[in-house]
Design a protein around this ligand. Sequence first.
Ligand SMILES: [Ca+2]
Ligand SMILES: [Ca+2]
Ligand SMILES: [Ca+2]
Ligand SMILES: [Ca+2]
Length: 432
Amino acid sequence: MRCSYVLTVLLTCGPLLGQGADDCSNPTVLPGEGVFPFDTTSATTDGAPDAACLQFGTAQIERDVWFSWTAPAAGLARVETCGATAVDTRLAAYQGATCGGPVLACADDDCGLQSSLTFACDAGETFLLRLGSYPGTPGGTGSLTVSVLAPVIDAATGHAYLVVTKQLDWYTARDAASALVFQGQAGHLVTIGDQAERDFLVSSLTFDRAWIGLEQDTSSSIYSEPAGGWGWVTGEIFSFTSWRAGEPNDSPAGENHAEMFADGTWNDAEFFSGVVGAYIVEFEPGALAFCQPANPSSVGTPVTLADSGPGGGVYHLEATGGPPGEFGIFLVAALPSAPVTVSAGNLCLAPPLGRYTQTAGPGLDSIGQFDSAGRLNNFAGTSSVGSGFDVPAVLPSPPGGLILPGSTWCFQLWYRDVGGVSNFSDGLAVTF
Ligand SMILES: [Ca+2]
Ligand SMILES: [Ca+2]
Ligand SMILES: [Ca+2]
Ligand SMILES: [Ca+2]
């Protein structure tokens, strides 16, 4: 009796956390960030293959175990088994706590045969993590590390930066950077437009040798070795340079991609260089809210704007918190203004003011009605996602013209409130 009692205690209290549950519907709960043991030795496959996991001709993760993880902070969640097991791991992350949710990321061989994946998270958001083996290979034991990477934001420009310490070739790093999303913005390998941006990176980030978003276009009309034809991945103007003395040297020939050293100087390198152990991701500024909080509507809540972020192709606005049954239209201006009281609300856009109405032109009619949940539903079919308004590139007149990349525009919603009074949402200033 005594022995079995001791054995029970050991089994119950052994490793306190982790291991992973074989069955997706009963995942092991992971508490925040940390290093957690797993054991897939006798696990069976219960998750479905997923196209996001398709590599080497197979999309399945075999001998899978499951964890539920709630992000302790906003940022980029990173889950990895690098250096922590002999298992040929595959990893996947799914939105939500329910089996069968949308896959956010899937990883196979990122560090030898082990895996590392990254996805955006908000504080309090829950995900399912799935760890298993490359099909046909055995399970085993090891540990997985879960952490939240927090991009560093330059308060002067709103740009955010993140060092990802992972040895990838330049093209894979470029694609990995653009797969990351932070504050609604897709990332890109960092572009360094001036000395101030370079100095911020050097003083705020920790890296040794890291890929940057600088590439030599050997088909360009201005291509020449070693210094001609270089350009940023975003297409922004390439004028500032920070080459290390003697670089670029195209030595050996084929050094057509740039890395940055810790001192901020650059070297041209071969894209598969085995000595560049990190890459730097930049996120363009997201929308900045202003004129907050808006005056409450007749139902007691302020109307609040949200957007899709300008990085995703279509720029989309949503308005919530409004009085059911009432109407609204979106307004646009180049600059915000101090609040001007108009009827029951505050107008915070500087003239000339644009109105997205039926008379503004095709695709420019934003008129909508708040539904019973207080969400504005666009009437005119100019909404490809959600229920609000897809902002077209062409602006109403005034102010007229086009929304150009790099320009900033400010949006607010005018709406009619109960009793026929006017009211306004808060504002969003967006750099495209
Ligand atoms: Ca399983
Ligand atoms: Ca930049
Ligand atoms: Ca070259
Ligand atoms: Ca070089």
